[in-house]
Design a protein around this ligand. Structure first.
Ligand SMILES: O=C(O)CCC(=O)C1=CC=C[C@@H](O)[C@@H]1C(=O)O
Ligand SMILES: [Mg+2]
Length: 370
């Protein structure tokens, strides 16, 4: 049994070092919840919410996360005890969607579970990789020259895969320049649903650029048009926004809508569902990688633990803390050496919370005792 005695919602406001521009808008201020679950012996598990303040990426926001946690998820989680974190997903199944809210607290239960057993979260999930390969996601740059500089800098820093955001009007030309300048770089692009099937001929030009994949070119909730596009282009399609569950992944793969899946813990409702998708993709020979949501340290730590599972063969988005934040809320911060992160072996997420830093960014706190 995992006896949860106390849950604290720490609401934080953090400002990213640099704005991050995508086809749907620019992000710089981040509000997030750190969810703390505590047992009677004083073990504490941590999860992080990843919804943004605006519903641009998915329909969830920071405000809907808080509403779901307080009015539905915390009462459901604590109405009767659970023995294993995988039961959290079943318990929450009565609530439609709201996956990021669900994942934030489910992650805190997984961390608490691993700490109570004195094993790492990676081990609790069945992870086997001791180090993980790391890539980076670069927002849309103001000019192509600026983009080339940013790519150079990240390749020099050792990042093993560069993901570039694209949108109509900022795609083939800058990408051609990047490919010319860096002929051997592992490059991929992410469109965040900025195109339609009418752009098929335009998107076909990507096939000349030797890209690892194109992420979510079409509708955020589509798998049918993506299947048609994948028939017409050689560049592998990777789905992000369209995959919100194991069932979505199964259907997309059956339909041939993608050759790669970006697994984001928040988008699919938690670590248990993320692992199920990972296992299914491994069985089907579909490559997966772990996407980022501009996380602070707790979310970053969860991504690292998940990525230690064996079928995470493509470098993910989880880069060093210092690229995002002046100061992170964990200690040590996440660092990258030669394009790799060492998976921590300490109990739970394997990073300590920097309570002083967390306090500094906290704008609200709510405590629930049971
Ligand atoms: O965490 C990161 O480094 C950024 C990841 C990233 O590319 C994204 C995060 C959030 C929303 C999107 O713009 C984008 C994505 O779609 O993957
Ligand atoms: Mg994406």
């Amino acid at each position: 049994m995992i006896p949860i005695q106390k849950i604290t919602l720490h609401k934080l406001r953090m400002r990213m070092k640099n704005p991050f521009q995508t086809s749907f808008g620019t992000l710089q201020n981040k509000e997030l919840f750190i969810i703390e679950t505590e047992d009677a012996e004083g073990n504490r598990g941590y999860g992080e919410s990843v919804a943004f303040t605006e519903p641009w990426y998915t329909e969830e926001t920071v405000a809907t996360t808080e509403h779901m946690l307080i009015d539905f998820l915390i009462p459901l989680l604590t109405e009767k005890p659970i023995d294993h974190p995988r039961e959290v997903t079943e318990r929450f199944a009565v609530i439609r969607r709201n996956n990021m809210a669900k994942a934030s607290i489910e992650g805190a239960v997984w961390d608490l579970y691993a700490k109570r057993k004195n094993i790492s979260l990676s081990e609790a999930l069945g992870g086997s990789q001791e180090t993980i390969d790391v890539g980076i996601s670069l927002g849309i740059a103001p000019t192509t020259d600026e983009l080339l500089d940013r790519v150079q800098e990240k390749l020099d820093a050792g990042y093993k895969r560069i993901k570039l955001k694209i949108k109509p009007g900022f795609d083939i030309d800058p990408l051609t320049e990047v490919r010319r300048e860096f002929p051997d770089a592992q490059l991929m692009v992410d469109a965040n649903s900025a195109y339609t099937l009418e752009d098929m001929a335009h998107l076909k030009q990507l096939d000349t650029l030797d890209l690892m994949m194109i992420e979510q070119p079409l509708g955020h909730d589509d798998i049918v048009d993506h299947a048609m596009l994948q028939q017409a282009i050689e560049t592998p399609i990777c789905l992000d926004e369209s995959i919100n569950s194991f069932e979505d992944a199964r259907k997309a793969i059956e339909l041939g809508s993608c050759q790669v899946v970006n697994i984001k813990i928040g988008r699919v409702g938690g670590l248990t569902e993320a692992k199920r998708i990972h296992d299914y993709c491994a069985e089907k020979g579909i490559a997966v990688w772990c996407g980022g949501m501009l996380e602070a340290g707790v979310g970053r730590a969860h991504n690292i633990a998940l990525t230690s599972l064996p079928n995470f063969t493509v470098p993910g988005d989880t880069a060093a803390s210092a690229l995002y934040w002046e100061q992170d809320i964990i200690t040590p911060e996440v660092t990258v050496q030669n394009g790799e992160i060492t998976v921590p072996t300490g109990a739970g997420i394997g990073f300590d919370i920097d309570y002083e830093a967390m306090e500094k960014f906290t704008i609200d706190q709510k405590v629930f005792e049971f």
